[in-house]
Design a binder for this molecule. Structure first.
Ligand code: SF4
Ligand code: SF4
Length: 242
C-alpha cells in the first residue's frame, strides 16, 4: 500500500483556511426563508397547481392522452342541442368528470401546453398538502377554484409579432375593403368572336368524281365473268369487293 503524499505547506494552514470560509459565510446575508411564518416570494408563473376553466374544455382528451403519468381522468356524455334554423340538432360533449391526481403528477406542464382550448393554467398556489394521499385527487370543482389564483397573462410586447388571431382578423377585414375599391366587372364580357358560327350545311354535296368511285356498271347489266383461273381481267377486278 502506497503512502499518500501530503502537499508541503505551513502546519495548521488547513485549519486557517476552514475558519476563513466559516467567517466569510457568517458575514453573508442569509437566503433561508422563514416559511410558513413568511410567505415565499415566488415568480408569478411558478408551477404550483393546475387550474381548470371547465367552460373552455371540449373533452378532446388531448391532455389525458399526452400526460406521461396518466393522472388525468375525464368522463363525459353527449348532449343534443337544438339550433334555430338547423335541420338537425347538434351534439356536444358535456364534461362530467375532470380529475387530476397530484400524488402522481410530476408538474411537467405537458397537459397545459397541448390543450388547444386554453382550459388549463398554471397557478403559483402550492399550499395544498394533505394528510391523506387520496385527498390529492382534485376534482373538476376543486381544479376550477384554483382559477382565482391564476395570474393575468403578461403584457403584450409591443415589439413582438402580433397574435395569429389578430393577423387573420386584419386580413379578413382587408378583403371586403379591397373588393369595394376594385372597379366593377361588366356583367357580359365583350366577345370578339362572332356570335354564332355559320350553320353546317345539312347535306354535303358529293364530290364530282364520286360517280367514278362507284363500281362501274357493266353494259350488259350482269357481273363480269370470272376467268377460268379465278382471277378475272384486271379492269373488272378493281371494282370487286374482296
Ligand atoms: S403536469 Fe404533466 S404529469 Fe401533471 S397532469 Fe399535466 S401532463 Fe400529467
Ligand atoms: S386538452 Fe383541454 S379541451 Fe381537451 S380535454 Fe384536456 S382540458 Fe379539455
Amino acid at each position: 500500500m502506497s503512502e499518500r503524499s501530503e502537499p508541503a505547506g505551513v502546519p495548521g494552514s488547513g485549519l486557517v483556511k476552514g475558519l476563513a470560509v466559516t467567517l466569510k459565510t457568517m458575514t453573508k446575508r442569509s437566503t433561508t426563508q422563514q416559511y410558513p411564518d413568511v410567505a415565499p416570494d415566488l415568480p408569478p408563473r411558478s408551477r404550483g397547481v393546475i387550474a381548470l376553466l371547465a367552460e373552455n374544455c371540449t373533452v378532446c382528451m388531448l391532455c389525458s392522452r399526452e400526460c406521461p403519468d396518466w393522472c388525468i381522468y375525464i368522463d363525459s356524455h353527449k348532449e343534443e342541442v337544438a339550433v334555430p334554423g338547423a335541420a338537425r340538432p347538434r351534439q356536444r360533449n358535456v364534461l362530467d368528470r375532470f380529475d387530476i391526481d397530484f400524488s402522481l403528477c410530476m408538474y411537467c406542464g405537458i397537459c397545459i401546453e397541448v390543450c388547444p382550448f386554453d382550459a388549463l393554467y398554471w397557478s403559483p398556489e402550492f399550499e395544498y398538502a394533505e394528510y391523506d394521499i387520496k385527498d390529492l385527487l382534485h376534482d373538476k370543482d376543486h381544479l376550477g377554484e384554483w382559477m382565482a389564483t391564476v395570474p393575468p397573462p403578461p403584457a403584450h410586447d409591443p415589439n413582438g409579432e402580433p397574435a395569429k388571431e389578430e393577423t387573420a382578423a386584419a386580413r379578413k377585414a382587408a378583403v371586403p375593403a379591397a373588393a369595394a375599391a376594385r372597379p366593377t366587372t361588366p356583367a357580359v364580357r365583350p366577345d370578339s368572336r362572332p356570335a354564332a358560327r355559320p350553320a353546317t350545311p345539312a347535306a354535303v354535296p358529293p364530290p364530282a368524281d364520286a360517280e367514278q368511285s362507284t363500281r362501274p356498271e357493266p353494259a350488259g347489266g350482269s357481273e363480269p365473268a370470272t376467268g377460268a383461273d379465278g382471277t378475272g381481267d384486271g379492269a373488272a377486278g378493281e371494282g370487286t369487293t374482296r
